[in-house]
Design a protein around this ligand. Structure first.
Ligand SMILES: Nc1nc2c(ncn2[C@@H]2O[C@H](COP(=O)(O)OP(=O)(O)OP(=O)(O)O)[C@@H](O)[C@H]2O)c(=O)[nH]1
Length: 344
């Protein structure tokens, strides 16, 4: 998908991931007697993908209160939480910025006009003062000049107050904008970079002329379908989240940790020699192998869950696809040779 389409809903294109969602969405819609039309499908796609916490809360509330998913409800959910979320927030922020700038420009304009008028008036009064020899007339003109000076000072002070308020509001808007940007690059389940941000980051790193080695590590949870089938999709999600925390823990500060899709995660490692990429990946694999996850509800210990990892080192003629393909084939080798392995 072209990266400039940031206002479109962001969907994953992994076939296995979407098949997994499909298997959950249809029974869910049937069970709750919700029409499986494209709008409801989109709503429940996001609901199952858990990428949109506000949508999930809104849907949960409707379901808990046994409200029907009629045309109006579905449209409202779709418009509010899916199609227009990012567009609306960006438009709102733009509107607010425009308003603040207009207010600040008005305040500055008003002060400038006042200063010009005062300047004209001063010039005229100075000419009269120079020409008059009467003390009383001179004193009255001086009084007027003092008044006008005070009035100009008050206008300029009011402008200062307005500019300070505008500055504070711009700070707030800057923070809101940063938040919207953050949401656009974050994977809702794991908090890692999402696929779009991964693609963009990898392209940028490859385009940069760099003498240091860059490595890409791709990680996939072994027999994950079995985890879902045995413990359910929710536990599956928790396992993905746990693996994500391991990646964050072991990756270095300048690395980029992302959810590539479904149960496949990745670390882009700029300025990292291959032996270091292998060491980090091996540490992640080992910690996962040793971990014994427990189901929160009843403390049941899940069986051993392992991960396979493939590493590729960036070559001079690489593009993102060729680098990903090599890391993916190393991952495939790791799977083929028994899983729970790091291959490069
Ligand atoms: N719970 C959960 N499951 C997911 C998610 N994304 C993908 N899956 C599931 O992950 C599974 C991936 O299975 P496969 O690609 O067949 O591979 P696997 O079972 O992991 O086996 P190997 O990769 O060969 O070790 C599918 O069952 C998907 O439904 C997700 O976000 N949450």
């Amino acid at each position: 998908m072209p990266s400039n389409h940031s206002i479109l809903p962001i969907y994953d294109f992994s076939v296995s991931l979407n098949n997994g969602y499909l298997k959950n969405i249809i029974p869910f819609l049937t069970k709750n007697e919700i029409a499986a039309n494209p709008i409801n499908y989109a709503i429940f796609y996001d609901y199952v993908a858990k990428q949109n916490p506000k949508l999930n809360s809104a849907v949960d509330e409707l379901l808990n209160n046994q409200k029907p998913f009629d045309c109006a409800t579905s449209f409202a959910l779709y418009e509010t939480y899916i199609c227009n979320t990012s567009l609306n927030s960006i438009e709102n922020i733009n509107e607010k910025i425009h308003k603040v700038l207009l207010q600040a420009t008005d305040a500055i304009g008003e002060t400038c006009t006042k200063a010009e008028q005062t300047n004209d008036s001063f010039q005229k009064k100075t000419a009269i003062l120079e020409a008059t020899s009467e003390l009383a007339a001179g004193s009255s003109i001086l009084q007027e000049i003092i008044q006008e000076t005070r009035s100009l000072a008050a206008t300029s002070q009011a402008m200062q107050v307005q500019l300070n308020a505008a500055n504070a509001e711009m700070e707030q808007l800057r923070a809101e904008l940063a938040q919207v940007r953050q949401i656009a690059v974050t994977d809702g389940l794991t908090g890692l970079l999402n696929r779009r941000a991964f693609d963009q980051t990898l392209s940028e790193i490859i385009e940069q002329p760099c003498s240091e080695t860059t490595c890409l590590s791709m990680l996939d949870i072994d027999h994950f379908k079995q985890v879902n089938d045995t413990y359910g999709h929710t536990i599956g999600d928790h396992v993905i989240k746990f693996v994500a925390t391991l990646l964050k823990k072991h990756a270095e500060d300048h690395h980029h940790v992302a959810r590539y899709g479904g149960e496949e995660l990745a670390i882009i490692m700029p300025n990292t020699p291959k032996h270091k990429a292998i060491e980090i990946s091996e540490n992640i694999r080992l910690e996962m192998e040793k971990s014994r996850l427990k189901r929160k509800t009843d403390n049941l210990t899940l069986g051993q869950i392992t991960i396979s990892i493939g590493i590729a080192e960036l070559q001079p003629n690489d593009n993102p696809e060729s680098l990903i393909t090599r890391a993916d084939s190393a991952l495939y080798q790791a799977k083929k040779s028994g899983r729970n392995k790091v291959m490069h």
